[in-house]
Structures are given as structure tokens and as C-alpha cells.
Design a binder for this molecule. Structure first.
Ligand code: NAG
Ligand code: NAG
Ligand code: NAG
Ligand code: NAG
Ligand code: NAG
Length: 188
């Protein structure tokens, strides 16, 4: 008899736990635990290969209106990239990660700009497996420019910061470019 009661109580307890942590809508809000913020600086080169067999950029959509445009990337173009992040400017220099995501051409008569939505993920070294997220306009014709870092994962969870860019080489014919990145990240 006592065993049955204990069994029944155990079943109820199990059901309550299952309800709290299993299926169903669940919320819990607690005060945030503040740990000390860290600052990390990163330096690398992004290899943006637009044409050729080794291309890491592909157009996935474009607006009908931009068919006639002579711009390198006409207004309304949507591209996917999988660009290499390397320690140096040579195509053989060490690969440390990949920048994956989208950019759109979002300028008409105004200055040529791209808007980028990218995940910079590391595959080597101290930050292997971590990434930071850029969501920012990129005025690619300007010598020096700054992108906003809006988040991250892994070691860069909750990251905020900015990236300073400079185009170090650009082939007008192919569109291939190498861009130097200095990234400053604030994270926990
Ligand atoms: C795109 O433009 C062409 C010619 O200007 C037109 O025939 C076609 O219907 C347009 N397509 C769309 C989806 O608007
Ligand atoms: C598109 O290009 C053709 C040929 O260059 C030109 O005749 C036409 O006017 C252009 N259309 C637009 C909308 O710019
Ligand atoms: C990076 O992390 C991946 C996934 O955890 C692992 O397979 C790989 O061996 C790591 N690379 C280095 C160089 O540590
Ligand atoms: C990145 O930082 C290095 C060292 O401070 C500097 O020489 C270089 O000009 C910087 N590049 C950019 C694009 O900010
Ligand atoms: C640009 O790329 C083309 C095609 O690969 C090549 O023939 C040309 O030499 C390159 N220009 C420069 C300045 O590297």
C-alpha cells in the first residue's frame, strides 16, 4: 500500500518535471549575471574571389530592373559568399576561417555600397568554432571603412564591436579583391 502511494507520488513528480522542462511553453526571467567584459583584436585578410573556378561568390537573385546596369554589382543584386579568411594576402597563406552569408547591392544614384549580413567563423587556433556576426553597410569604394559587429557565438557570444577594412588589392577585370580586416570585439 505504502509502496503504491510512493509510486503514485513519484509519477506525479515526474509529470511535473516533464511539464516544466519538456514540451510546452516555458519562460523564466532572472537577474543577469555580469562577468567582466573582454576585448579581443583580430587581424586577417578576406579573399573575395568573384570569378573563375575558385569563385567564392555567387549571385542568387537580382531585380528585373537592374538587367541593364553596367555596375559591377547592379542595384538589387543578392549574392552568397563563402570567402576565405587568411593570415596573409597570398592565396596559399594559412586559412583561419570563412566568412559566410549574404550581401546586397543597395545603392542607386548614390555612392556604390553593399549591405552585408555575414558570419565570420573561425576554423583554426584559439577561437576555432567561434564566430562574430557583421550586419552593416560597406561603402566598398572608400579606402577605409568600418562595419558594425552585432553579435557572435562561442567565445564571442554576445559580442559587439567594429571592423576596420581596407581593400589591399582589387582586380577590376575579375572583381577579385583582398580586404584587410582589423576587428575589435567586446565580449564575455
Ligand atoms: C522582367 O523583364 C522582362 C523584360 O523587361 C519582362 O518580360 C518580364 O515579365 C519581367 N519579369 C518579371 C518577373 O517582372
Ligand atoms: C537598356 O540597354 C539598351 C541597350 O544598351 C538601351 O537601348 C535601353 O534604353 C536600356 N534601357 C534602360 C531602361 O536603361
Ligand atoms: C576545430 O574544431 C573542429 C570542430 O570542433 C575540429 O574538428 C577541428 O579539428 C578543430 N581544428 C583545429 C585546428 O583545432
Ligand atoms: C590594422 O592594424 C595594423 C596594426 O595596427 C595597421 O598597420 C593597419 O594599417 C590596420 N589596417 C586597417 C585596415 O585598419
Ligand atoms: C586581373 O585578372 C585577369 C584575369 O585573371 C588577369 O589577366 C590580370 O592580369 C589581372 N590583373 C591584375 C592587375 O592582376
Amino acid at each position: 500500500m505504502g509502496g503504491k502511494i510512493i509510486f503514485a507520488m513519484a509519477m506525479i513528480l515526474c509529470a511535473v518535471i516533464a511539464n516544466a522542462h519538456g514540451e510546452g511553453y516555458h519562460t523564466e526571467t532572472n537577474p543577469a549575471v555580469h562577468t567582466e567584459e573582454k576585448m579581443t583584436s583580430l587581424h586577417f585578410f578576406l579573399h573575395d574571389i568573384v570569378s573563375g573556378e575558385d569563385s567564392t561568390v555567387v549571385q542568387i537573385a537580382k531585380a528585373n530592373l537592374s538587367k541593364n546596369s553596367s555596375a559591377l554589382v547592379p542595384f538589387g543584386s543578392l549574392m552568397v559568399i563563402n570567402d576565405a579568411m587568411r593570415v596573409g594576402m597570398e592565396s596559399t597563406s594559412k586559412l583561419i576561417g570563412r566568412a559566410k552569408g549574404l550581401y546586397v547591392a543597395a545603392s542607386q544614384d548614390d555612392d556604390f555600397q553593399l549591405v552585408m549580413y555575414l558570419d565570420f567563423g573561425f576554423t583554426e587556433g584559439k577561437f576555432n568554432g567561434s564566430s562574430f556576426i557583421v550586419c552593416s553597410k560597406n561603402p566598398v569604394m572608400e579606402t577605409e571603412r568600418e562595419l558594425a559587429v552585432v553579435g557572435g557565438s562561442g567565445d564571442f557570444r554576445m559580442a559587439r564591436g567594429f571592423a576596420k577594412l581596407r581593400t589591399r588589392s582589387l582586380n577590376i577585370t575579375t572583381g577579385n579583391a583582398i580586404i584587410e580586416y582589423n576587428v575589435t570585439l567586446f565580449h564575455y
